[in-house]
Design a protein around this ligand. Structure first.
Ligand code: JB8
Length: 230
């Protein structure tokens, strides 16, 4: 799978060289390319921002460097393009989104804004090159799109076949079946006065499965009732 990232902080994504995603990149399963937006500026100061029309605090990211960057990536597209712009004003990213993007055969391009955001016309232009998704990872505001892009890249990347060693571990986890996952335990059976639930030591797989399902429902009711089916 091909993923491109455009950012003014390319070093932010050095972490994608480690752990599972790093190994997947080395194995050629994931092709992640990070671009410095300043490489697409035309002035000696490599300017990427300017004051907002209509006034207001802060600066807005200029459209032309983005246009140049998106054109360069589109000229080298590895498939149908989906431009993902992290934004507090975007649709919420969910496990379903991750699954759709991991299986859709698209070439994902993450455009990471900073300052007060990207000139709105960039999104309109990007729509002439491919699908555009303004996407939020939650109802809070970060200083830029990089953390959100990293989260989405990990959520999508881990679903690509071959990235996670044991694909079965992708099945029984929170949100995969619409519920929160059950609690996990390992040795020792007794630890500082806390015991592993007896059912998990019973060796009775049917009872274990039933207990785990009950735990999922209890946890979801308690912590995320919004996830429960109507
Ligand atoms: O919270 B966020 O996901 C987010 C995304 C992009 C920008 C650009 C400036 N602030 C941002 C915040």
């Amino acid at each position: 799978m091909r993923i491109d990232v455009v950012t003014i902080f390319p070093a932010f994504f050095d972490v994608l060289d480690v752990s599972l995603l790093g190994r997947a990149r080395g194995a050629g399963i994931l092709d992640v390319r990070v671009h410095d937006l300043r490489d697409y500026t035309q002035d000696r100061h490599r300017t990427v921002d300017d004051t907002p029309y209509g006034g207001g605090a802060g600066m807005v990211m200029k459209p032309e460097p983005w246009g140049q960057a998106l054109d360069a990536i589109a000229a080298d597209a590895a498939g149908p393009l989906r431009f993902v712009f992290p934004s507090p004003a975007g649709a919420v990213f969910t496990q379903g989104t991750a699954r759709n993007w991991a299986t859709g055969g698209e070439h994902l391009v993450f455009g990471c804004g900073r300052y007060e955001g990207i000139d709105e016309r960039v999104f309109s232009y990007a729509a002439t090159l491919g699908q555009v998704s303004l996407t939020s990872i939650g109802d809070y505001v970060l200083n830029g799109g990089e953390v959100a892009a990293m989260a989405m890249i990990e959520a999508v990347g881990r679903l690509i076949p071959g990235v996670v060693g044991n694909p079965e571990s992708l099945v029984e986890e929170s949100h995969e079946d619409g519920l929160l996952e059950y609690p996990s335990f390992t040795k020792p059976a007794a630890w500082r006065g806390y015991d592993v639930p007896d059912v998990l030591l019973s060796g009775h797989h049917g009872r274990v499965s039933q207990w785990r399902r009950e735990q999922q429902l209890e946890r979801t009711r308690e912590r995320r009732p919004d996830l429960l089916p109507e």
